[in-house]
Unconditional design. Structure first.
Length: 178
């Protein structure tokens, strides 16, 4: 008998789709884990998250969420799930953390018994709790930047600084290899 994740990978799911679902499952397991196991679970989830990078292609993101790419494009166009296109790239990608946030909320909504309109219900809950990630906008004015800064907490700013530091370290390591 195959384990759940092995069965998924043998039925055509991509590695990114699988990683997204695994991370959410590990995050959910954190809530019920004893304190000693929490650190180990968190480290494994973090390693899987780092494997994905800052963005995910739309196809695996849509598969993980259980919607079509066209449905994902709807949520991206509405600004609920941030997406961006790298210079020189032909296709846009969605922000990994945003997909993980929505996927976690989808799990909560499904456990509550919702069977249709799950993505809409999850995003509505995230909007109510102020957990939607803002749509990425290049070249914001200083006034908009100040307003965005004032809307964050010190913990939010520290998290962003840590993520930027991680990206800088990874870019430096990549440059050293080439």
């Amino acid at each position: 008998m195959l384990l759940g994740w092995e069965a998924m990978s043998r039925h055509g799911h991509s590695d990114a789709d699988l990683r997204l679902r695994q991370i959410v499952a590990l995050r959910e397991a954190l809530a019920g884990a004893d304190p000693r196991a929490r650190g180990q679970i968190w480290r494994v989830a973090r390693e899987l998250r780092l494997e994905l990078g800052d963005s995910v292609a739309k196809v695996p993101a849509a598969r993980a969420l259980g919607i079509s790419v066209r449905g994902l494009d709807h949520w991206v166009a509405g600004g609920e799930i941030p997406a961006f296109r790298r210079p020189g790239a032909g296709r846009s990608r969605v922000e990994t953390d945003a997909v993980l946030d929505v996927l976690e909320e989808v799990s909560v909504v499904r456990r509550a018994g919702v069977t249709s309109g799950v993505i809409a219900a999850a995003i509505a809950r995230m909007r109510i709790h102020g957990r939607l990630r803002p749509k990425l906008k290049p070249n914001e004015s200083p006034t908009e930047l100040r307003r965005a800064y004032e809307a964050t907490t010190p913990v939010d700013r520290l998290t962003i600084a840590a993520e930027l530091s991680n990206v800088q370290t990874r870019l430096a390591a990549m440059g050293a290899r080439s």
